[in-house]
Design a protein around this ligand. Structure first.
Ligand SMILES: [Zn+2]
Length: 243
């Protein structure tokens, strides 16, 4: 049992080192992921604004053409109104002039509002592009920072992972399952040293008989309070056990 417990102690050390490395990385991975999502969102917004902008430009072209047509109608009607011979003809041309004038007023009004839409979509587009560029620069900076931090710890992490796998292979499945389950709920701790007469994780005091059993390291003893696998004191001589 001493060997199995020693492997568990080593496993806990490996996991502690990995936790330290993760802590050094801080929340950079989350920051990068958040930026990645925001950048994708911003690109969608930009393509929507671009589409709106194109539609507004198309509308402008159409309105201008319709205005030219209406003005042509007005010019033609005004040119012939005094040459008409009958009252009926005169009324028809007058009505044509009125209709053309009213179309021109409507079209000019529409063009003004279309122009303001174009200006708005143009400024929205510039604003969103500037925002996107800012986010892309930050994304690049954060990624570079992350890469350089990862470079420093990559080899160490690989070695830890390799050793961890070796440890896991030497342990029985239910033991590993228990260790992992407790780690999940105890801030990464699954193995707890005895500290004088108590569990060093939850500080619950053990009766002398149990202390003696833990010290012997002959059995897998679980802390009744926190569920950690108990091992003898950190500097106990029987811990100097070669793996
Ligand atoms: Zn405990």
């Amino acid at each position: 049992m001493i060997e199995e417990l020693s492997i568990l102690i080593r496993l806990q050390e490996i996991d502690n080192q990995q936790m330290e490395i993760d802590e050094e990385k801080g929340d950079l991975p989350e920051q990068i992921e958040k930026l990645r999502i925001e950048i994708a969102g911003s690109k969608t917004v930009i393509s929507e604004i671009e589409q709106r902008h194109l539609n507004n430009l198309e509308d402008k072209k159409r309105l201008k053409a319709e205005l030219i047509t209406a003005k042509g109608r007005l010019d033609r009607a005004q040119a012939i109104i005094f040459e008409v011979k009958t009252t009926r003809e005169y009324d028809a041309i007058s009505s044509e002039i009125e209709q053309a004038k009213s179309s021109i007023i409507d079209l000019e009004r529409e063009l003004i509002s279309n122009n303001s839409l174009i200006e708005k979509s143009d400024s929205n587009l510039n604003e969103e592009i500037a925002k996107l560029q800012e986010m892309e620069t930050e994304f690049k900076d954060r990624s570079t920072e992350m890469d350089s931090r990862l470079d420093c710890s990559r080899e160490e992490e690989l070695a830890l992972k390799e050793e961890r796998n070796k440890c896991l292979k030497k342990l029985k499945r239910p033991v590993v399952d228990h260790y992992e389950r407790i780690r999940k709920i105890r801030n990464g701790i699954g193995v707890s040293y005895m500290s004088i007469d108590a569990c060093s994780y939850c500080y619950s005091v053990m009766p002398p008989q149990r202390q003696a059993e833990v010290r012997k390291m002959a059995d897998m003893i679980i802390c009744e309070v926190c569920g950690c696998i108990l091992v003898t004191e950190k500097d106990a001589p029987n811990l100097a056990f070669p793996l």
